[in-house]
Design a binder for this molecule. Structure first.
Ligand SMILES: NC(=O)c1ccc[n+]([C@@H]2O[C@H](COP(=O)([O-])OP(=O)(O)OC[C@H]3O[C@@H](n4cnc5c(N)ncnc54)[C@H](OP(=O)(O)O)[C@@H]3O)[C@@H](O)[C@H]2O)c1
Length: 312
């Protein structure tokens, strides 16, 4: 279980840096040693909080960051050596380090996967000692499959959760074959799978769960996993009925992800220490029984698959 640092940067309503830092510290207390962030999360705010955490803690904390989403317009041409080098320098400064542990291309246009020179530029950054490893964050399974054809792509970050099951069909086996790490993002479907949302839940104006439900600002799949809110509530009612004793809804959702051996880590976002504690405890829960796995598959097949399966 790792930590996703988008929410502590921006776009999830109001956040408070001291609470965010407390959440990060609590993650380390719980054994987390890997954090996913991006240059664009609060334009450096998230990266700088992670840097502060690293200054305040002993022991190795690996940080994955991302580049590309500050491009405007966001085009394949923008993924050129000069821009990538500039983004890396900014992340090095924000993260107070001289080498990035893992740099991910941040959901680039699909065209980028047909441009070996982009991956050549990343190789050059590794040779120059600016980045240790690189990977990609993708929207679609097809992009993931294409990306891992490049031999030095070490990781793929992809949406994977009870409401987004397609990556497990083909991609996981291919990634394992090539020993590519998988970061399962949006593991709680933007908080839906915690079971706390209701038909009357409201989100702040500056929260993408308010302003991106139809993909107005970025890919709709990144908000609630692209699942219609009302259908999601129906599916959650069914999941609630199969909750094993000793699990919270959040823990069922996260433990479900860890049932897939190909997954290297889940990166739930969290804003508060209590959320981190609940999320991290999911990795100590027992394996899910076969009947629960079958029930989650059935709920997905009946209610969610028709809406999302073919899209991503
Ligand atoms: N394109 C990309 O590369 C991309 C896109 C999306 C995400 N990501 C990465 O993936 C990470 C995870 O995805 P995500 O943050 O979008 O979604 P998520 O992990 O599915 O949901 C995170 C949100 O759920 C709520 N939550 C978390 N733990 C909870 C708990 N125990 N109890 C109740 N509520 C809880 C919090 O929001 P509230 O408290 O406000 O409800 C939190 O911000 C991100 O942080 C980021 O690192 C990358």
């Amino acid at each position: 279980m790792s930590f996703g640092a988008w929410a502590i940067g921006a776009e999830w309503g109001s956040v408070n840096d001291s609470e965010s830092l407390a959440a990060l510290h609590h993650a380390v207390d719980c054994g987390v040693n890997f954090i996913d962030t991006a240059d664009v999360y609060g334009m450096g705010r998230s990266e700088r909080l992670v840097a502060q955490l690293r200054r305040e803690r002993k022991g190795e904390i690996m940080v994955a960051t991302k580049a590309g989403r500050r491009l405007s317009p966001h085009t394949a041409d923008g993924y050129n050596p000069k821009n990538l080098a500039g983004f890396v320098e900014d992340s090095l400064r924000n993260l107070s380090t001289d080498c990035l542990d893992l740099l991910q291309l941040h959901c680039p246009p699909a065209e980028v996967y047909y441009r070996p020179e982009v991956f050549g530029a990343l190789d050059d950054l590794a040779t120059a000692g600016k980045i240790r490893y690189y990977g990609v964050s993708v929207e679609k399974v097809e992009e993931a499959l294409k990306a891992i054809e490049f031999p030095n792509v070490q990781t793929v970050q992809i949406i994977f959760n009870c409401f987004r099951q397609r990556p497990a069909e083909l991609f996981f086996a291919q990634a394992r074959k090539r020993q590519v790490g998988i970061l399962a993002r949006v593991p709680l479907a933007s908080g839906l799978l915690t079971g706390k949302v209701t038909a009357t839940s409201r989100f702040e104006a500056g929260d993408h769960r308010n302003y991106n439900r139809r993909g107005e600002r970025f890919d709709v799949g990144e908000t609630f996993s692209g699942v219609d809110y009302t259908v999601a509530l129906e599916a959650l009612d069914e999941i609630r009925r199969i909750l094993p004793a000793g699990f919270t809804m959040t823990q069922l959702a996260l433990r479900w992800i860890l049932m897939f051996d190909a997954v290297s880590c889940a990166i739930p976002g969290a804003k508060r220490p209590a959320q981190v504690a609940e999320n991290c405890a999911a990795s100590d829960r027992p394996k899910l029984p076969a009947d629960v796995m079958a029930a989650v598959a059935s709920i997905y097949d009946r209610l969610i698959r028709p809406l999302v399966h073919a899209r991503w």
